[in-house]
Design a protein around this ligand. Structure first.
Ligand SMILES: Cc1cc2nc3c(=O)[nH]c(=O)nc-3n(C[C@H](O)[C@H](O)[C@H](O)COP(=O)(O)OP(=O)(O)OC[C@H]3O[C@@H](n4cnc5c(N)ncnc54)[C@H](O)[C@@H]3O)c2cc1C
Ligand code: HEM
Length: 391
């Protein structure tokens, strides 16, 4: 039970965590990944190396400590964590591992003078409260997915039914369940968790679902990342007939219901979740502007599919921009206010969805703001741990 005294202690440690939060979580991850090999496959090593994942967790803990009196004030953070956890199949029995490593890290990083037994006890109680909240919310999502038509719980084996190159860097994988059953529908914009074994080591990653739901297969479209483990393995080692394990679709980057015009803005492989969104907008007869930025024609994926849909739709428009000159597109160069103003309709009362590299999304967010799109109408997805967007 979290007492009033526990709350006071936790709140008092916020400035301390703000000052040293990242060191704490780095230490925490180091211990956990070294001592508990069973949770290692869940964590992307590249995210550890860049510091992005420790930063995301530090941010989560700080927000929590700040709002310990009113957990509802955490707002979208809880839902975001729950979806990310569910997509990678975080399980209740793993919470005590994280909890004990976190408390040990607090003790070791802050030292005995600051991390007294009372502080550790308060944080233990606070962690338990948050863990209970997340475990409960995650179970709700697991149960809901299992109850859906074509749904399931845990890992389900899928076979690669087709493999289609979409650009010089991106290849699509059409995945059908090995058990021959149906697959649950998903919200355009959602992603799956994939589990595979490379050189005897289990790894997990997220990939957006890049084709509209059809009840029988899923499609993911993967960019070959230089030096990337899973993307290169998928491109080079897994052909038609190979199998992978999938966790059910998850994610909160989905279209808000309504009739407001949409802007779908993507950079590079960030195009993937916007494709089913474009199809959904088309089916709902919702005005939509599809804006895509690519380096050049060779890496510009799905152009024919988008062109075809736009040609058939009275409400859909598209705008392409290549960074490098050459191909006949609507604009060349990097994203700018002038470019976005040209791409988007005059009326700024729109719901804007954007995905791409973090600096690109930072620029989109800032420029949309300058163009008069209200902040609450902007939605974005990170293809990695969530972070603050800096424009
Ligand atoms: C919600 C979501 C949706 C996504 N959707 C898509 C999608 O539709 N398509 C898509 O292609 N991707 C998508 N991603 C990204 C995807 O999950 C992977 O991150 C991506 O494929 C790279 O994985 P990888 O294993 O190939 O690379 P990793 O092995 O994770 O490496 C990534 C980069 O980090 C470098 N690196 C690796 N390890 C280290 C280290 N120890 N130190 C320093 N650098 C290192 C690598 O050289 C590489 O450049 C999505 C991610 C999320 C979270
Ligand atoms: C109270 C406890 C926990 C909190 C506050 C917490 C918080 C977070 C936050 C803020 C993120 C980033 C979300 C995002 O990027 O959108 C995250 C991601 C993640 N969490 Fe947790 N988490 C907790 C417990 C756990 C447990 C028990 C596990 C399982 C071992 C776990 C595994 C993961 C994984 C694998 C990711 C994604 C990592 C990546 O992107 O590389 N978490 N968590």
């Amino acid at each position: 039970m979290l007492s009033a005294q526990h709350r006071d202690i936790v709140k008092a440690t916020v400035p301390l965590l703000e000052a040293g939060g990242e060191a704490l979580t780095r230490h925490f991850y180091g211990t956990m990944l070294a001592e508990y090999p069973e949770v290692r496959p869940l964590f992307n090593q590249a995210h550890q190396a860049s510091g992005a994942q420790p930063r995301a967790l530090a941010n989560g803990i700080l927000q929590y400590a700040r709002h310990i009196d009113r957990l509802d004030a955490l707002g979208p953070l809880v839902g975001q964590i729950v979806q990310k956890h569910v997509s990678l199949q975080v399980l209740p029995e793993q919470y005590p591992i994280v909890g004990s490593c976190l408390l040990r890290a607090i003790r070791e990083v802050l030292g005995p003078d600051i991390a007294t037994d009372a502080v550790i006890e308060a944080w233990g109680a606070a962690y338990q409260q948050l863990a209970d909240l997340l475990i409960g919310a995650e179970e709700d999502v697991y149960a809901a997915a299992a109850a859906r038509l074509g749904g399931w719980r845990g890992a389900r084996r899928f076979q690669i039914a087709r493999k289609v190159p979409e650009s010089a860097e991106i290849t699509s994988f059409y995945l059908k369940p090995a058990d021959g059953g149906p697959v649950m529908a998903f919200e355009p914009g959602q992603y799956i968790g994939i589990r595979l074994t490379i050189d005897g080591q289990e790894v997990r990653r997220n990939y957006s679902l890049s084709a509209p739901p059809n009840g029988s297969t899923y499609r993911i479209s993967v960019k070959r990342e230089p030096g990337g483990r899973v993307s290169n393995h998928l491109h080079d080692a897994l052909g038609v007939g190979a199998t992978v394990d999938l966790f059910p679709p998850a994610g909160e980057f989905v279209l808000a219901p309504g009739e407001r015009p949409l802007a779908l803005i993507s950079g590079g492989v960030g195009i993937t979740p916007t494709l089913p969104m474009l199809q959904a907008a088309h089916e709902q007869r919702r005005p939509v502007t599809f804006v895509h930025f690519a380096r050049n024609a060779a890496v510009h994926a799905f152009r024919d599919w988008v062109d075809d849909l736009v040609a058939r739709s009275a409400q859909a428009r598209r705008f392409y921009c290549h960074e490098e000159p050459g191909a006949p597109v609507d604009a060349h160069g990097r994203i700018s206010a002038e470019l976005l103003a040209r791409a988007l309709p005059q009326a700024r009362d729109m719901d804007a969805y954007f995905v791409g590299p973090a600096p690109f999304m930072g620029a989109v967010k800032r420029l949309l703001g300058e163009l008069g799109v209200p902040a609450e109408r902007m939605h974005w997805e990170f293809f990695g741990p969530a972070a603050a967007l800096e424009g």
